[in-house]
Design a binder for this molecule. Structure first.
Ligand code: ATP
Ligand code: MG
Length: 453
């Protein structure tokens, strides 16, 4: 189908809500561009990472929060910011064709967490420390370390204003990276102060960039009107010199903001974290104030930011609640895993304790309840799978039992059934030794099957 005809088909599908047209234009069903399947054995690396995450979160007393993947579009327009890249061009937004609601697949989760905190009045009895893990969606150009569905780990501390929380959150990241063996990650810091300070800096910025308006690209020209701070965040190499020479926000901070920032730097150093102030670090999102930070590697090119975060004391108010200080970060899990050279196979070989060999279909009604009892007792068992034509030959089943890596074969055959027993045959390190056990006292012998490793 030509591009033009495809475009017409899409338009037709969208305008008429005609789902049939959406089917017609695809002859082969594949994953959506920029969205990845995570398959075994690679998924074992994800589980391994997630286990470390739960450990570290527990060590800092952060608790898990799970919010919906779909939120009202207004949440991100207000919470992430109308003039951010995310809201301007990266969101998967759609109208629910059944009730007309404007919805968006979450591009980040801080607004969702804050929305939930407000909705359930989570901070009524004091601050809350929370973390989440899950998929986020951004319509970006897919490349290494940049996908359209990607996974973020995030931590948020709601209702705490002290600089020690900013530091606690950064220490968590450092500890997690240490545990999973990530090296050569640098920490960059800046302070965005408070609104009055940012407004004075903004006036100076507008004055500076207006003087150099000729040198700005179209994007920056537009931002000069909407959100000049964001020009400092530009990725255009041609603008780097101009941006280097711009007035720095740090020069506009008052005594209270400087004190907060100094305490952050002092405590980080006391805890052995090496940091560097980057006066041009502004982060892409509108809601930050005071401390902002990034954990960066040089090994992923332009996708080097592994984790970014900071304080967002104004976000609760922006979403219509009473002012509540907060600080947090988000981490790209794909980028972190890309750097970790652990072989999935080495992590957790998926080997069952036992493999059930089942001679004939008639044996299933006795075998399956026994296998249930074994699993209940903590034994992992892989059952041979037959077909409508019945069970495969014993020879072929024993081959599969060997290939599974299990230490034992449980043999449910005609003789065994007649006598109410199962034969346990050793598949590893022995001479095929076998014993017979009664089905009725499985609790007595289940533990002998469990691998000790
Ligand atoms: P970048 O500058 O790389 O676009 P960002 O500032 O948009 O990052 P945040 O919104 O702060 O990113 O998200 C936190 C982290 O999530 C990033 O530091 C990165 O590790 C990860 N991340 C962001 N966008 C993507 C993506 N499209 N694919 C994979 N990971 C991503
Ligand atoms: Mg981005």
């Amino acid at each position: 189908m030509s591009d033009n005809r495809a475009a017409v088909a899409v338009e037709k599908a969208v305008s008429s809500n005609d789902l049939g047209a959406a089917v017609g234009k695809r002859d082969r069903l594949t994953a959506v561009k920029g969205m990845n399947d995570i398959l075994p054995p690679d998924s074992a690396r994800w589980e391994w990472f997630e286990a470390h995450v739960r450990d570290v979160m527990g060590a800092y007393a952060y608790r898990n929060i799970r919010t919906p993947i779909v939120e009202h579009t207004a949440l991100f327009v207000k919470g992430t910011g109308e003039t951010t890249d995310i809201v301007e061009k990266e969101m998967y937004s759609f109208v629910d064709r059944l009730n007309g609601e404007q919805l968006t697949l979450r591009p980040e989760n801080t607004p969702g967490v804050v929305r939930a905190a407000i909705e359930h009045n989570l901070t009524y009895d004091g601050g809350k420390r929370l973390f989440y893990m899950g998929p986020m969606f951004r319509h970006e150009r897919p490349q290494r370390g940049r996908y359209r569905q990607f996974y973020q780990l995030g931590a948020e501390a709601l209702g705490f204003s002290g600089p020690e929380l900013d530091v606690e959150l950064m220490l968590m990241v450092a500890q997690l990276f240490g545990r999973v063996g990530l090296k050569d990650v640098r920490v960059e810091l800046n302070s965005l102060g408070v609104l009055a300070e940012r407004l004075r800096h903004r006036a100076a910025l507008v004055e500076y960039f207006t003087r150099h308006a000729d040198a700005l690209d179209a994007d920056s020209q537009r931002r000069l009107q909407t959100n000049p701070l964001r020009i400092l965040d530009t990725k255009n190499p041609a603008l780097q010199d101009l941006v280097q020479g711009a007035p720095q926000l740090l020069g506009f901070l008052g005594e209270t903001s400087l004190k907060h920032f100094d305490q952050v730097k002092k405590l980080l150093s006391a805890c052995g974290v090496v940091w560097r102030v980057n006066p041009r670090l502004v982060r892409g999102l509108d809601y930050y104030s005071h401390t902002v930070f990034e954990f960066i590697t040089d090994q992923l090119g332009a996708q080097g930011t592994l984790c970014g975060g900071g304080r967002y004391d104004g976000l609760f108010e922006m979403l219509g609640a009473r002012p509540t200080p907060a600080v947090g970060w988000g981490m790209g899990i794909e980028r972190v895993l890309e750097l970790i050279q652990v072989q999935a196979e080495a992590l957790s070989p998926p080997v069952p304790d036992a493999y059930a060999v089942i001679a004939e279909e008639d044996a299933l009604s006795m075998a399956m309840p026994l296998l249930q009892a074994l699993r209940q007792a903590g034994v992992s068992v892989q059952m041979n799978a037959g077909s409508d034509a019945g069970m495969a030959s014993m020879k072929s089943q024993f081959k599969k039992a060997d290939a599974s890596g299990a230490r034992f074969a449980l043999v449910f055959g005609g003789d065994e059934l007649a006598s109410g027993t199962v034969t346990i045959k050793s598949l590893r390190g022995g001479s095929g030794a076998q014993v017979s056990r009664a089905l009725s006292d499985v609790a007595q012998w289940a533990s002998t099957l469990q691998s000790t490793s």
